[in-house]
Design a protein around this ligand. Structure first.
Ligand code: UDP
Length: 249
């Protein structure tokens, strides 16, 4: 059996492929277990490396490899991660399960018009799933208690949170025990994509592993955040070489 965890700069990633990850999540939901899913890219790994509080959140979650950088890093360090497991694709696959299994779903985050449209589109496409509530992500801190109560009252099987990373991860970790959600997952800009406001990279760019580049071209203001990618690559390679030289002095 392959190992179920690969460590990339000390962050424990699941080595399951996309299908296996979905099956694992479905099993956990059906068995009543609670799961916090973190779809981690190089930026998240670097944040976990640099902030202890964030690292402990990630360590308690089910972490999947979102971003081709993680797949390459696994290859360079001889670890068995073979494909990306992206947030937007997981969301769709879990919605398809919700459709089949009549799960309750709550959507939190994004602009008011975006989340309304995303809720409409998801309800249309997955009529068996119950979108039991949604709320935009532009709220004040003093509104949080009421939002958490509202979500908890709905007892969602799936809670998708789009507040941007890492804020969404901190938010879910803070309220984890009160939210009453079986599986919660931060989905970044997914509602913008589902609503049609933002386009995902064309399939060919994705195939060529250039989705990150497409995002940089279409949202140039992200360049500062994307500096995490070369820093991540250098850190992984540096650690690999230093562990090699320790092995062969
Ligand atoms: N967002 C939000 N509240 C905020 C800030 C951001 O709901 O206070 C939403 C924003 O509208 C977008 C998502 O969070 O839908 C962040 O998307 P982004 O593409 O930046 O995701 P990331 O790459 O940070 O995960």
């Amino acid at each position: 059996m392959t190992r179920q965890v690969a460590k990339i700069l000390d962050v424990p990633f699941s080595t399951r492929g996309f299908r296996e990850s979905v099956a694992y999540m479905v099993d956990r939901i059906e068995s009543g277990a609670r799961t916090h899913v973190v779809t981690a890219n190089p930026e998240i790994v670097m944040l976990a490396r640099e902030h202890q509080d964030f690292r402990s959140i990630v360590e308690q979650a089910y972490v999947v490899p979102d971003g081709i950088g993680i797949v390459y890093a696994a290859k360079w360090t001889n670890q068995p991660i073979y494909e990306r497991v992206t947030g937007v694709e997981l969301l769709e696959a879990l919605m398809a399960e919700a459709d089949r299994r009549r799960w309750r779903v709550y959507l939190l985050g994004a602009h008011p018009d975006v989340i309304r449209l995303a809720a409409e589109k998801l309800t249309e496409r997955y009529p068996g799933a119950g979108v039991v509530g949604y709320r935009d992500g532009y709220f004040r801190q003093d509104e949080e208690e009421q939002i958490v109560k509202e979500i908890a009252g709905k007892r969602p099987h799936l809670l998708f949170v789009a507040l941007g990373a890492p804020r969404q991860e901190y938010w879910m970790a803070k309220y984890r025990d009160q939210l009453n959600a079986s599986l919660m997952m931060g989905v970044g800009g997914s509602f913008d994509v589902i609503s049609g406001k933002v386009k995902r990279a064309p399939a060919m760019w994705q195939k060529l592993h250039l989705e990150w580049f497409y995002r940089l071209l279409s949202q140039p203001s992200r360049w500062k955040r994307q500096l995490a990618i070369p820093r991540f690559v250098l850190t992984v390679l540096r650690e690999k070489w230093s562990s090699r030289s320790r092995m062969h002095p």
